[in-house]
Design a protein around this ligand. Structure first.
Ligand code: ATP
Ligand code: MG
Length: 252
């Protein structure tokens, strides 16, 4: 189980995430919704360790991760989609995925195991690239990929790590209409594995309605609603949170 206890961060006088206490169980996809600037991405950054908490804690299976750097949290099972800055832009798509699979399999460099695992690494990397529909672009350098494909690659790298907790922050943002379903299908598949905890920040309410087992709502850094999707979407607090956007956007 993943838990945040009174999780808080202040930027100067501004409290971006305010004492958020919440627990996430395996086999559950939780959508995190709320208006722009509500603190959703910051909440992820606190969980993954990109930002240091001002107060509160993050725990995974009873282990306090709050003081660990991002790399140690990844090793502990927290999977945050790579930012492109974490990639090797001049290496091919395939090489990047192979390196991620390798990082998952080995703690350090061991030439013997690297040699013997070459085939297995390549096989797994291919499998992942197929699943995100990037197999035909495997030999392109990351730097030359169109934006939508770079987003797919971020998800591919996350899959390569095989984490316990998957954190997706607007995974289809910037993707075309034909590209988005690839990622949504992948998340649907991941949901079949009942040992995984999936967190999804998503503005598109149709996606949320279809995928989420549970919705939590952040507004001004605070957790203001938590429950079954239908119930939360219908609640005044969500209607209010989305008051800033048009009705059409809120329901589409
Ligand atoms: N590193 C930072 N330094 C200062 N302020 C920050 C920093 N990161 C986030 N903030 C502020 O924290 C608040 C929450 O931002 P955050 O990006 O988490 O919102 P969000 O819910 O992800 O919004 P969106 O839906 O637009 O992605 C905003 O007011 C933002 O300006
Ligand atoms: Mg955000």
């Amino acid at each position: 189980m993943l838990q945040t206890q009174d999780l808080t961060i202040r930027f100067g006088g501004h409290v971006a995430v305010n004492a958020v206490t919440c627990a996430f169980e395996p086999g559950t996809l939780t959508a995190i919704v709320g208006p722009n600037g509500a603190g959703k991405t910051t909440y992820f950054n606190l969980i993954s360790g990109q930002l240091k908490v001002s107060a509160g804690s993050v725990q995974l299976d009873g282990r306090d991760l709050s003081n660990l750097p991002p790399s140690a949290r990844t090793k502990a099972g927290l999977g945050r989609a790579f930012q492109l800055t974490n990639l090797f832009p001049n290496l091919s798509v395939l090489e990047n995925v192979r390196l991620a699979v390798q990082a998952r399999l080995h703690d350090g460099l061991n030439l013997w195991s690297i040699w013997s695992d070459q085939r297995e690494l390549t096989r797994r990397a291919h499998e992942i690239l197929e699943s995100v529909a990037l197999a035909d672009k495997q030999h392109m350098t990351v730097a030359s990929l169109p934006h939508g494909d770079q987003r797919k690659l971020e998800v591919a790298l996350l899959m390569a790590l095989d984490p316990k907790v998957y954190m997706f922050d607007e995974p289809t943002a910037g993707m075309s209409h034909d590209e988005a379903p690839v990622i949504l299908n992948l998340i649907r598949q991941l949901k079949q594995d009942k040992t995984k905890i999936i967190l999804l920040v998503e503005h598109k309410m149709d996606v949320v309605r279809e995928l989420a087992d549970r919705i939590i709502v952040l507004t001004n850094g605070s957790l203001v609603a938590d429950g079954e999707p239908a119930e939360v979407i219908a609640s005044p607090v969500v209607q209010e949170a989305y008051l800033g956007v048009t009705n059409e956007e809120a329901v589409s």
